[in-house]
Design a protein around this ligand. Structure first.
Ligand SMILES: Cc1cc2nc3c(=O)[nH]c(=O)nc-3n(C[C@H](O)[C@H](O)[C@H](O)COP(=O)(O)O)c2cc1C
Length: 327
């Protein structure tokens, strides 16, 4: 029976315990998305005994920026700051992964300076986006690939691809935001095509031993949207294209849907995914206590937990949790 404080491996990466600090974008980067001292401090303050930290989503191209102060990874100019960040966290003995992302139709022209792009002209965010052409989609694959390459150069230990919370990859998968008539729209097989191409591209670039994680928007909580049954099919495909771990959260309903309450509000979805695949499955949502986190691992519902807001409230959440459980 595994416990929260037991080590675990994601591909070649050995983690000292099963606590993942959830990706949380704090708005601490500068206007170009460059790393600041404040951003570094935020993570080193939360590094003690944390299994792995995942940064808030970093945008892979300027038109994919979601909000002010968001971290960027769209140019080589970002590498030096990102390297400073990984070094600072590594000095605390903690691994760090970067979440790479594109906001697609969830952003607005006031942020990106032009009309946002998306799979279809459906208003997901504040305005109607432009539909991506097939050649623009091909270009985007390159952007994701280049971002992953920068992540490796900056010495991140893992790359997490953001496929949840209504951002671009999630917009491709959800029938609520994808009405395309080409090979990227219609059937589930077509709607998951672009995310799978992104994973394939990144795997090609980072090599077979580099830890690659996908944040799965497992459920839109809308009968016309992505269902957990769709996600079981998608999860198997993500394994086929060699993702090492799945961080299971919500889809277009977001990461903190008001309809879900209590500790572990996305654990049921993660548990279903864990029964479907044999790779590392991470679950969470609303977890505040070490006892709850330990129990979902003991009960074999998930392999790891993600902890978000509890880390904002209590920077030493991981160290305190391990101490309490080992007492
Ligand atoms: C301030 C804040 C920023 C967030 N930014 C991101 C993000 O960049 N990427 C992401 O996948 N989720 C993001 N989330 C969602 C969290 O990763 C997490 O899934 C959610 O907060 C639920 O977990 P919790 O109850 O442990 O906080 C954010 C949440 C908060 C509170």
């Amino acid at each position: 029976m595994a416990r929260l404080f037991d080590s675990i491996k994601i591909n070649s990466l050995k983690l000292r315990n099963r606590i993942l600090m959830a990706p949380m974008s704090m708005g601490y980067a500068d206007e170009k998305g460059l790393v600041t001292d404040k951003l570094i401090k935020h993570y080193i303050d939360r590094a003690e005994e944390t299994g792995i930290i995942i940064t808030g989503h970093a945008y892979v191209e300027p038109v994919g920026k979601f909000n002010k102060g968001q971290l960027g990874i769209y140019s080589n100019e970002h590498i030096a700051g990102l390297k400073k960040l990984t070094k600072a966290v590594h000095d605390k003995g903690t691994p760090i992964g970067v979440q790479i992302s594109h906001a697609g139709g969830a952003t607005s022209s006031s942020i990106v300076g032009k009309t946002p792009v998306a799979p279809s002209t459906i208003t997901g965010g504040k305005e109607t986006p432009k539909e991506l052409t097939e050649s623009q989609i091909e270009g985007l694959l390159e952007k994701f690939g280049q971002a992953a390459e920068r992540a490796v150069t900056a010495e991140f230990d893992l790359v997490e691809i953001h496929g949840a919370h209504g951002f671009l990859l999630n917009q491709f998968v959800s029938p609520l935001t994808n009405r395309r008539k080409d090979k990227y729209g219609g059937s589930l097989e077509n709607r998951i095509r672009f995310p799978l191409e992104v994973v394939t591209k990144i795997r090609e670039i980072v090599g077979k031993n580099f830890p690659l994680e996908y944040r799965l928007g497992s459920d839109d909580l809308n009968p016309k949207g992505i269902t957990i049954e769709d996600s079981k099919v998608f999860a198997k495909e993500l394994v086929r294209v060699r993702v090492d771990s799945l961080d299971v959260s919500g889809g277009l309903c977001g990461g903190q849907p008001s309809s879900l309450t209590g500790e572990g509000f996305f654990i049921p979805q993660a548990e279903t995914i864990k029964k479907t695949v044999k790779i590392v499955v991470i679950g969470g949502g609303g977890i505040t206590t070490p006892e709850f986190a330990d129990k979902v691992i003991k009960d074999n519902k998930v392999d790891m937990v993600f902890i978000g807001r509890a880390f904002l409230k209590e920077p030493k959440w991981a160290a305190n949790a391990i101490k309490k459980l080992k007492k």
